[in-house]
Design a protein around this ligand. Structure first.
Ligand SMILES: [Zn+2]
Ligand SMILES: [Zn+2]
Length: 300
């Protein structure tokens, strides 16, 4: 048998059981970078309370790194950038999912001082979504704020109710303390003289369950409520311009007195929209000039 050096070597490999082909070359002379934190000792040098281990956390007790500090810092920055990118994408996806989500993010972003809001934004960035419970909480928060805004009446502009005010002032001079007028779908009430809003006129929409429309100051400043729409304003100006005609319309439509709101019993009062007693008390000249005409026509 011929001696074969290769065969010997392969036999030796088998016996030793090593698979050299797949073993990575170990770089024994690889450059290392000492850990500055522990001065290369791998041991933590400060005082650590309630900790058994005293190895350096920065280098994991090895005392050195295989990469330079500059490279490590660059790698860390890369991880930070990557994370921010992922968060941005998750937030964008959430916003694009629905208008409701968009509203949620806009609302939460506007709450700069709220830890709760920023923690929810953080949650969206991390998980790409909110739980149903969290969503419900945000929606009720939004609804509450909208409600508050509704109740905060703001002086929008001037509203000319000068003729109604004149009627109230006349009545007040005659010693009538509680003044109210009901004309074409509106109820005007004079605020109490002793209250905070003395001299103001409150306005309600009687066609819509006495819906509050706002108040007008003695100077005509209008503190409009959220529910007051342009069509209300148009109607209010018309009512002020044509008090008597508007009062008649109210009386004919509802059969009630324009001043006290009581049911009117005789034809004459219904035609004029005012009862005899209120007419006398207020000195309401109203459309009295119409009386002969109404008589001639046989209405009364
Ligand atoms: Zn260290
Ligand atoms: Zn009356």
């Amino acid at each position: 048998m011929k001696h074969n050096a290769n065969e010997d070597f392969e036999k030796w490999l088998e016996e030793n059981g090593e698979d050299f082909s797949s073993t990575k070359p170990k770089n024994e002379s690889r450059e290392t970078f000492p850990c500055i934190r522990c001065g290369g000792t791998g041991k933590y040098r400060g005082i650590r309370v309630h900790q058994k281990e005293n190895k350096c956390f920065t280098c994991g007790g090895k005392g050195h790194f295989l990469t330079s500090e500059k490279d490590r810092r660059r790698a860390k920055q890369h991880r930070v950038n990557k994370k921010a990118e992922t968060e941005k994408k998750l937030l964008e996806n959430f916003i694009n999912e629905s208008d409701a989500n968009k509203g949620i993010v806009e609302f939460l972003s506007s709450k700069k001082d709220s830890n709760f809001a920023s923690s929810l934004i953080g949650g969206i960035k991390k998980w790409g979504s909110l739980t149903e419970k969290q969503k419900t909480a945000v929606f009720s928060w939004i609804a509450k704020e909208e409600d508050n805004a509704k109740n905060r009446a703001t002086p929008a502009a001037k509203l000319d109710l000068s003729k109604i005010k004149e009627k109230f002032d006349d009545a007040r001079e005659k010693g009538i303390k509680r003044c109210a007028l009901r004309i074409i779908g509106f109820k005007f009430t004079r605020a109490s003289d002793t209250g905070r809003n003395a001299g103001y006129i409150y306005i309600k929409d009687t066609d819509n369950g006495d819906l509050y429309l706002g108040k007008v100051s003695p100077n005509g400043e209008f503190f409009k409520s959220y529910d007051c729409k342009q069509e209300h304003i148009d109607g209010l100006l018309k009512a002020n311009e044509n008090i008597f005609a508007s009062a008649r319309l109210y009386g004919q439509k509802t059969g009630r007195c324009t001043i006290c709101g009581r049911e009117l019993t005789n034809k004459r009062s219904i035609e004029l929209g005012i009862g005899m007693i209120c007419q006398e008390k207020w000195g309401w000249e109203g459309d009295l000039g119409l009386l002969p005409l109404l008589k001639a026509k046989g209405v009364i």
